[in-house]
Design a protein around this ligand. Structure first.
Ligand code: RIB
Length: 306
């Protein structure tokens, strides 16, 4: 069975500093790295390291970043049959990481913004044995909605990560099986802007959206709400974060792999919290993710608990 990620690729340009600058201020940083990122690509790589057969559906630019992105997908065993090249630059993300591991990101979509409905509908119709489709808000929303509609028509499970937040259209929402917001995205989705503080608020939003919900709460783990069931809280392992960039994507990639393996959502979410917690203890985005060996260990530990 296959996972398709209909989403973004970026080159992450990460600067690490003890203190982040205010407007008009220049400060010296401690470290810099250039790495592979983009919420879509991160989720694809995480799922592939767990052993999933992953197809990336994306557009990259006619530049050196596009070339290196393709090489990275080849190294990570991600299928690029539906990654197209378009004129102009690839997506980039300048990122600042502070001493406590928190980050600030500016995403410049470039080629990601040039993805089309035709491109994704063709991809979704051609990928064999499609079981799970992942999407985020880093490509045009109508394109993701079309991909999810086509995926649903094929009986695939659709998982949507509403990041970076924008209001969700009915066409997209109605084609989501799972929505995975963080706390601020939860508040953005909630008509009254409520945060996921209590189970009641989570159940309220689940009813409004009429989807399954998995709310990521950082160090507090996740709150899972399958339709018609009670909220389940899953704790995250306690770790000391050095760089939280891409931790949410590690969660989503691992969760998608778990669902693809027919694990109950609770165990898929446990895989997600373990992968994400490990990633925040290391620098970088994809560079911080569990290796294939570590991913296999996470899967075996979590799946034998059931
Ligand atoms: O979620 C982290 C990701 O957000 C980074 O890799 C960056 O590229 C942006 O897409």
């Amino acid at each position: 069975m296959k996972i398709a990620v209909v989403g973004s690729t970026n080159i992450d340009m990460v600067a690490y500093a003890q203190v982040l600058p205010e407007a008009g201020q220049t400060l010296k940083g401690d470290n810099f790295s250039l790495g592979f990122g983009g919420k879509g690509a991160n989720q694809a790589v995480m799922a592939a390291r767990f052993g999933a057969a992953v197809y990336m559906v994306n557009s990259i630019g006619e530049d050196v970043f596009g070339d290196t992105t393709l090489a990275n997908f080849a190294a990570e065993n991600v299928n690029v049959e539906f990654v197209s090249r378009v004129s102009g630059p690839s997506g980039v993300a300048p990122i600042w990481v502070a001493a406590d591991g928190s980050n600030r990101i500016i995403v410049v979509p470039g080629a990601n913004g040039k993805m089309t409905v035709d491109q994704v509908e063709t991809a979704i119709s051609k990928i064999p044995d499609l079981k799970v489709v992942l999407g985020q808000f880093e490509i045009p929303q109508n394109v993701t909605a079309a991909a999810f509609q086509a995926a649903r028509a094929r009986g695939a499970i659709t998982i949507f990560n509403p990041a970076p937040f924008e209001p969700i259209s009915d066409q997209l929402r109605l084609n989501c099986d799972w929505i995975i917001p963080n706390e601020s995205e939860f508040a953005g989705l909630h008509p009254a802007g409520k945060l996921p503080t209590t189970d009641n608020e989570i159940m309220e939003l689940g009813q409004i959206l009429n989807t399954n919900l998995c709310v990521t709460l950082g160090a507090a783990g996740v709150a899972l709400l399958s339709k018609g069931a009670a909220v389940i809280r899953i704790a995250a392992p306690v770790v000391k974060p050095v760089d939280t960039t891409g931790a949410g994507d590690a969660f989503v990639g691992a969760f998608a792999f778990g669902l693809m393996q027919d694990l109950p959502a609770e165990l898929a979410a446990k895989m997600g919290t373990t992968a994400a917690s490990l990633s925040v203890t290391r620098l970088g985005t994809q560079a911080s993710y569990p290796t294939k060996l570590e991913a296999a260990e996470i899967f075996s530990t979590v799946s034998t608990r059931s």
